[in-house]
Ligand binder design. Structure first.
Ligand SMILES: *[C@@H]1O[C@H](CO)[C@@H](O)[C@H](O)[C@H]1NC(C)=O
Ligand SMILES: *[C@@H]1O[C@H](CO)[C@@H](O)[C@H](O)[C@H]1NC(C)=O
Ligand SMILES: *[C@@H]1O[C@H](CO)[C@@H](O)[C@H](O)[C@H]1NC(C)=O
Ligand SMILES: *[C@@H]1O[C@H](CO)[C@@H](O)[C@H](O)[C@H]1NC(C)=O
Ligand SMILES: *[C@@H]1O[C@H](CO)[C@@H](O)[C@H](O)[C@H]1NC(C)=O
Ligand SMILES: *[C@@H]1O[C@H](CO)[C@@H](O)[C@H](O)[C@H]1NC(C)=O
Ligand SMILES: *[C@@H]1O[C@H](CO)[C@@H](O)[C@H](O)[C@H]1NC(C)=O
Length: 351
């Protein structure tokens, strides 16, 4: 186990370093050819917000993964996983490295068993760097971006991560849930945009739509749009240089400790780090998404997407079956015909 660390130090000496060697003990954010990241090591982004390394889900003793997590909070929160469907079974031999042919490769048993690879066009002298927004990038020696984790999402979207909503020249953008709370392998739920109406965002259960969000064409027609999702959070929609439409989200206070994910049960949630609670606080799940969940508005109810915030409404001639629950935002009771209520006797209303 000593050899890898000596190797690491030797390689670090080769990196152009703006300061004296005292800083060699500082966290490293870059992997260069020949450098090996072993399970006892992590890469840390330059300002310390994110780390990349090996992790083992808490209920697993054998399967390990390479992932990215928030580094500056005390709760383990994995936001990206490299080898989702190929867990490491022999951690003692697992290595993430930049190979001489410029591939970022995760392997075990002395490189004989390749578990995962960032697919890039061979460039020579490429390096991998963990950026402070949580994006792992592979850069050519000229600084060209060859690959990035932001374009290969797992189940989580971070601030500034582009979600492609059209697919003219790319395959459809998808993020895919974990299979279970402790199982990062690809689960049955995915999030992305519909192929026929690209501005219509869906969560799928396998290939079946599970719920859908409002069409956003009003924002895209003006090319750049800003939609307040909550007082804190905004969504930006823009046209990329490749002619595709993208959206990203951010917080109005500039904080990056927020994420949007689809969990193993198909729920999409947005979480924000709460410093005083030392925990994640759920900030509004996308309201439009919820409203469009099949059956969410109950019998004779529908999701009105023309409102600023989509909400359940009753069909004409119908009223909420249970007003108390409806006002609380529980629409599952649905609606019933107004006439039936009147038949029940007006006395009930007047008391
Ligand atoms: C982890 O294992 C324990 C004991 O088997 C079990 O009670 C718990 O539900 C598991 N947790 C998860 C998230 O699967
Ligand atoms: C780069 O090296 C890896 C591991 O040695 C190998 O699997 C892969 O095919 C190589 N890629 C290219 C483009 O040569
Ligand atoms: C990589 O960098 C080294 C040192 O700067 C140089 O000698 C070598 O030719 C480079 N290789 C490639 C493929 O660019
Ligand atoms: C997802 O689909 C499977 C298979 O059809 C079904 O058993 C499961 O209940 C669905 N999950 C949800 C949350 O609808
Ligand atoms: C933190 O949590 C507390 C208690 O739930 C809540 O009152 C407060 O608004 C939260 N702060 C943020 C920034 O989410
Ligand atoms: C409405 O729902 C609440 C809570 O489920 C229940 O206590 C109440 O009796 C219901 N009212 C009607 C009119 O069904
Ligand atoms: C909504 O009402 C139904 C029926 O009373 C109940 O089972 C369910 O737990 C309620 N949901 C919420 C979110 O309060």
């Amino acid at each position: 186990m000593h050899q890898p660390s000596l190797h690491l130090v030797a390689i670090m000496l080769l990196i152009p370093w703006p300061f004296s060697s005292v800083l060699l003990c500082a966290p490293v954010s870059v992997l260069v050819p020949g450098m090996r990241l072993t399970p006892d090591k992590t890469l840390t982004s330059d300002q310390g917000s994110f780390a990349l390394g090996f992790f083992t889900p808490s209920n697993s003793t054998e399967n390990a993964y390479v992932g990215i997590w928030f580094n500056d909070i005390p709760l383990s929160t994995v936001v990206w996983v490299a080898n989702r469907d190929n867990p490491i079974t022999d951690a003692s031999s697992a290595v993430l490295s930049m190979t001489e042919n410029s591939s970022l490769v995760l392997s075990e048993t002395n490189g004989h068993h390749i578990l995962w690879m960032a697919k890039t066009i061979t460039g020579g002298n490429s390096s991998a760097k963990l950026l402070n927004n949580g994006n792992l990038v592979v850069l050519s020696s000229y600084g060209t971006m060859l690959w990035q984790s932001f374009e290969n999402p797992s189940d989580t979207v971070l601030v500034g991560m582009p979600m492609r909503t059209t697919h003219k020249t790319h395959p459809p953008w998808r993020m895919i849930s974990w299979k279970g709370p402790e199982d990062p392998s690809k689960g049955r739920f995915s999030v992305g945009n519909d192929l026929d109406t690209p501005l219509q965002s869906f969560v799928w259960n396998g290939s079946v739509p599970y719920f859908r969000a409002a069409v956003r064409n009003g924002y895209v027609s003006s090319n750049v749009g800003l939609q307040a999702v909550s007082p804190l959070m905004y969504l930006t929609i823009y046209m990329g240089t490749d002619g595709e439409t993208y959206s990203t989200f951010g917080l109005s206070d500039g904080s990056s400790r927020i994420f949007y994910k689809v969990d193993y049960s198909g729920k999409t949630t947005i979480w924000r780090w709460n410093t005083s609670l030392t925990d994640w606080t759920l900030i509004a799940p996308w309201p439009a998404y919820r409203c469009n969940l099949y059956g969410y508005c109950g019998a004779y109810g529908y999701c009105d997407n023309t409102e600023a915030i989509s909400t359940c409404k009753c069909l004409d001639g119908f009223d909420p079956s249970n007003k108390t629950e409806w006002v609380r935002g529980n629409f599952s009771h649905g609606c019933r015909r107004k006439e039936e209520l009147q038949c029940g006797g007006e006395a009930n209303f007047l008391t």
